[in-house]
Design a protein around this ligand. Sequence first.
Ligand code: 4AD
Ligand code: MG
Length: 430
Amino acid sequence: MKTTIAKLNEHVGEEVTIGAWLRNKRSSGKIAFLQLRDGTGFVQGVVVKSDVSEEVFQTAKNMTQETSLYVTGKVVEDSRSSFGYEIQVSGVEVIHAATDYPITPKEHGTEFLMDNRHLWLRSQKQHAVMKIRNEIIRATYAFFHENGYTKIDPPILTGSSAEGTTELFHTKYFDEEAYLSQSGQLYMEAAAMAFNKVFSFGPTFRAEKSKTRRHLIEFWMIEPEMAFVEHEESLEIQENYISYLVASVLKNCKLDLEILGRDTEKLAKVTAPFPRITYDEAIDLLKEKGFDDVEWGEDFGAPHETAIAESFDKPVFITHYPAEIKAFYMKPDPNREDVVLCADLIAPEGYGEIIGGSQRIDDLELMEKRYEEHNLTGDAYNWYLELRKYGSVPHSGFGLGLERTVAWLSGVEHVRETIPFPRLLNRLYP
Ligand code: 4AD
Ligand code: MG
């Protein structure tokens, strides 16, 4: 019977055939251990010389790394293996013999592995990270659909920028100038006025000259936008969403977390509610921690975020940033005009800002004033202003960076390992 490694538990005691690749192999004169993978999982095949024909044993013994094959054998439970099963091999049929596979079981440098990303994806750790990414995507759709949100797809090619013009990728759109989307937010605001609660999930592009463990040029963002929701309620939605993601990964990615050596006790503490501190309190906290150079009105860098996160064992919201360092659309605090109703959610363990969000300006006059201050002239933003003309309502939204979230939950150091084919400052290959 043809099956996959993920389904071996349904076939204990039976003879099965799986299509697989050889990861690694150990053999002596009498026995060969084949480390197999088929994309759904990892399992060991045991070939005992006295149980098979000489031809099968020699084929198994001489097989090279990443050779593809059909392997047939009996499924047995094996408590020593973390996968729980083993195959007692009775037959092997080589599909394609691989020669000189570049990624050997020895250690390789990161640049080498990145150049071979198309192959590196096959490795156990990279597989585990992608499965965690997949689970976060699955849980995202589940959470928002369960809570009455409609998935809306904003455009990728745009005529306007959401987060400022310095990091835009320019492209020609026939005779017009266009950009690759930095954020779908402005379009999601239009969608919220049509569908009440919406979310998007798509690629975004930032021509950022940042070469850090948290920055990608192309990354994926989840952007919910909610009509009739103000700042405080938006924070509750965010903490519930993040708690849901963490619980889903803990429940459905046990083996992946184990392969990555992730400390799951730290993740288990991530339950709503999350602590909230204001930007002002964050400045005080940083001063206490010896950051004497922080000045009110400056944005926080990675070392600041990491220092703040160290004071909490859950993600922490930093709220009420100075208006001057935040985007033009954020609503000022009615009690204090120099700060805005916004929050960045900082992940624990140094993974940095995973969410940026805010309540949006819903007043037409104030938005017109912001347009002037930010030089948003021309027709590209007319439609966005019109949202404030026809039945404007309080609304809020946020953007979760998928790759930073994957990095945090997987415990991998750098976001380049959290997306199948990373686009970095100096990398467009493969
Ligand atoms: O804070 P940002 O820039 O917020 C927005 O774009 C809003 N328009 C979202 C909204 O309110 N709908 O980006 C949101 C998140 C960040 O918190 C971070 O997690 C991630 O996107 N992010 C990046 N991830 C990887 N590489 C980069 N270069 C990133 N820039 C932002
Ligand atoms: Mg931000």
